[in-house]
Design a protein around this ligand. Sequence first.
Ligand SMILES: [Zn+2]
Length: 223
Amino acid sequence: MKRSLEELLLEQGCGWDPKEFTCSTDWADWKDMIQNSITRNLDSPLGLKYNNLREDMIESVIARVQSAFPGIRKEAYLRRIAFVYDDNTLTQEEKDHAISSLTMFKDRDNSLYSRDDTYKCDICHRSGYMIIWCQHCVIDFLQDEATKWTSMDKSIDRQIVHAQTRAPIPEAIPEWIPYELLRNVDYLTQGGYASVYTATYMERIIYQMEKNDKDIITRINTI
Ligand SMILES: [Zn+2]
């Protein structure tokens, strides 16, 4: 019989009253519950993922739990996850998506700011600040990729690789784009030291990263 979240939490030594929420359990006990949601979400075919989900409902629940439990510490994150699990307005698939998004926010905050939790990678066995993916595997991958492109300026190349390793987060990873892969290049404005243009990128952007030994990075089309 499927156990309720309340039963699971009580089993793990967590009080359930929202105002008195306490959790003495080890992080490892949460890991499987969260990882299952993330894995189910990442395994969804990309095309179907958004079509079948009520994005506005998911965003509303995410906004609600973020407002109810502010902060970037693990305790706030666990409370948000617990309430998403217990929410009765979302389907399981929508909950998976919400938990995956909340976990990405948690990974970003932990990686860039709080750095109060570390997680061991099953592949390389190094510890990093992210739950969903391994920053070390991603950085290794990006550094290997860096041997396959060049801006023709070593200083710019170094800065791009440095920025990639500082924040290995999907959609925040800077990449060198050759001019021939840009279309619709339009002048936007003059900055302090350069002119700014907008353009359409004709290739696929880094969409998400995963903890596994082959497809570290998933790309999706931008157009
Ligand atoms: Zn790793």
